[in-house]
Design a protein around this ligand. Structure first.
Ligand code: PLP
Length: 378
């Protein structure tokens, strides 16, 4: 349960399409992909987020990526200067966070600012509350919803607020939406593009990143996209023309077919829902457990995440990730405390039968913790 690698079967469509388009490996692929790929992604975005017609020109506003990770990194390389308004540029990062965000900031000589995403703020970072001078030198902000590790989902209003802030302070917000298709019952998580459009924000301040890694259970296909305003997309295209690895043609054709198919996504989501229900069943009511609203991780307050990880492994053979390894103490916030220290992250990627003993072990730990705190109060 330590690694977020999807384990559901890959769709048959993927195998068939890769085999059918194999001859395409004989050609150098274009850096901006094929018209078919861009149209499929554009149509998917328009339908999924009910975007008004003409929001995106697929040929100018969408680029293929080899998964979101390299795109998240390259966006900062292409778009974040090392100084802004005469000062060291800042890159805003939710804390805890996906490690690539911080590496990207450091790579361009910008200052990573680790903004805590705590329970009192719905497990999401509150960029609007940051000091004015920090926002003025912010060049790029990462925002992840559904979030890894907490499974939080930002409302459309909240996403729109971040986009408006990006416009006001002239920075770019990169919405990492790679978990967008994994959610329990209820409406699908809103996205950055629809929020920016609703807020009337110029898309030149907005990029969204998504991939087939989680949506189609194909992390090894390395296929994703970035979409947004023409300005930032064309800047990324220029960098990628020299420094990027273009997505191979068979992968682009296969991705096109996968973005046009929802049946396999619905089937995979149903398997995740079984596992959300199992977690609710086994951990519901225990202190430290909150049901995730999206993504496939449990983010559990166990008091000491590293010690609990060791105990789970040593005594029960269950592997999870200490939350501290996903977070960072930043002296500007919560007295420099690492906001992940109290937590463990457990991935619900394996089948229910494999997860059951793992969840039972975690339930024992949360239960014992609850008993201790009752005894301590008594
Ligand atoms: C928050 C987040 N963003 C991005 C990625 C990268 O995914 P990929 O490059 O496979 O699209 C991951 C992978 O686990 C992730 O958790």
């Amino acid at each position: 349960m330590s690694i977020g690698e999807p384990r559901h079967p890959m769709p048959d469509l993927l195998h068939e399409s890769l085999a059918r388009h194999g001859a395409g490996y004989a050609k150098y692929p274009p850096i901006d992909g094929t018209p078919g790929f861009r149209a499929a992604v554009g149509d998917w975005l328009a339908a999924r987020y009910a975007l008004p017609e003409g929001t995106l020109d697929p040929d100018r506003s969408i680029l293929p990526l080899n998964g979101t990770r390299e795109g998240l990194f390259m966006a900062v390389m292409a778009l974040a200067p090392s100084t802004k308004n005469g000062e060291r540029a800042a890159v805003l990062i939710p804390n805890p966070f996906y490690q690539c965000y911080a590496a990207a900031a450091l790579a361009v000589g910008a200052e990573p600012v680790f903004v805590p995403a705590l329970a009192e703020n719905g497990w999401l970072p509150d960029y609007a509350s940051l000091p004015e001078d920090l926002l003025a030198r912010t060049a790029f902000a990462f925002y992840c919803s559904p979030s890894n590790p907490q499974g939080a989902v930002a409302s459309r209003e909240r996403l729109g607020g971040i986009a408006a802030l990006a416009e006001q302070y002239d920075f770019i917000v990169g919405f990492d939406e790679c978990y967008s298709e994994i959610y329990p019952d209820g409406p699908p998580p809103p996205g950055g593009l629809e929020a920016a459009v609703a807020e009337g924000v110029s898309l030149d301040h907005v990029l969204v990143f998504n991939s087939l890694s989680k949506r189609s259970n194909a992390p090894g296909l390395r296929s994703g996209f970035v979409a947004g305003g023409e300005g930032p997309i064309q800047a990324m295209k220029r960098l990628r023309a020299y420094a990027g690895a273009p997505s191979p043609l068979p992968v682009l054709h296969t991705a096109e077919a996968l973005w046009r198919d929802e049946a396999h996504v619905t089937a995979s989501r149903a398997l995740y829902r079984e596992k959300f229900a199992l977690a609710d069943d086994m951990l519901g009511g225990l202190p430290g457990y909150t049901a995730p609203r999206g993504g496939f991780f449990l983010w559990l307050d166990v008091g000491d995440g590293e010690a609990t990880t060791v105990t789970l492994w040593r005594e029960r053979g269950v592997r999870v990730l200490p939350g501290a390894y996903l977070g960072r103490g930043d002296p500007r916030f919560i007295d420099g405390t690492n906001p992940g220290s109290r937590f463990i992250r457990a991935a619900l990627v394996e089948p229910p039968d494999t997860l059951r003993p793992g969840l039972a072990a975690i339930a024992d730990i949360l239960g014992a913790q609850a008993r201790h705190s009752v005894e301590a109060t008594a």
